[in-house]
Design a protein around this ligand. Structure first.
Ligand SMILES: [Zn+2]
Length: 226
């Protein structure tokens, strides 16, 4: 699966620098897991950041800070798999493709569990369900849109990243399939419509509430926390 729509370079550089809100960062991580092009972009941004740091004026570290830094480097990374986890990953690789299709992207599993089939959806409106996650000051949610359902026309108070996980949708910008990311600026107004063949499940990260046009969605907005 090669995505056709990617986060823009400013988003990838912010991700590499650790400057994205948590929800946006998780969404980029899910895309990177399947997109070699963007992994390459992020590693180039990392290298550029390292080059810039190496040309900053040097300051000597105190013995205390130096030891703290060495201790931090010795700790295993949070996402470094333990031996038991590596064994379970090997078993997982032998699962049937249906079971593999049911697995959520790895960066979401610590928030939601492992499987799509275990998600607890709440109804948001006709043909729309969601699962909300609490990640710092930003909003992260899964949306499930029934085939052919039209979302209300809306723009955004801040950044929005949408990653398609299953199915597909189309809007004013184009058609988005699994792995594709819509990286939308606040001024973009769009109205996604799920394609008619199956449910469309998207991961949507926002760092500010959506702005709906039309009185009914605006009245409902506070109740659904959109
Ligand atoms: Zn990409």
């Amino acid at each position: 699966m090669q995505p056709n729509h990617h986060p823009d370079d400013a988003t990838l550089v912010s991700y590499a620098a650790g400057g994205l809100a948590t929800a946006l960062s998780i969404t980029v991580a899910c895309h990177l897991a399947i997109c070699p092009r963007c992994r390459q972009r992020v590693s180039e941004a990392d290298a550029l950041g390292g080059h810039l740091l190496s040309h900053l004026p040097q300051q000597s570290l105190s013995a205390e800070h130096r030891q703290a830094m060495l201790d931090a480097l010795d700790k295993p990374a949070a996402d470094e798999p333990a031996a038991g986890h590596r064994a379970s990953t090997a078993i997982a690789s032998k699962e049937t493709s249906a079971e593999a299709d049911d697995l959520l992207p790895a960066p979401l599993q610590h928030l939601l569990g492992e499987r799509f089939s275990d998600l607890k959806w709440s109804t948001l409106g006709p043909g729309m369900k969601q699962v909300k996650m609490h990640v710092g000051n930003s909003n992260l949610r899964l949306f499930k849109i029934a085939p052919g359902t039209c979302m209300p026309l809306h723009s955004h108070g801040g950044s929005e990243l949408t990653l398609v996980l299953r199915g597909s949708y189309s809007d004013e910008i184009g058609r988005f399939c699994p792995g594709d990311v819509a990286d939308l600026d606040p001024e973009v107004e769009h109205q996604p419509i799920a394609d008619r063949d199956q449910d469309c499940i998207c991961l949507i990260a926002t760092d500010a509430p959506l702005r709906f046009r039309g009185i009914v969605p605006r009245l409902l907005q506070p109740f659904f926390g959109l």
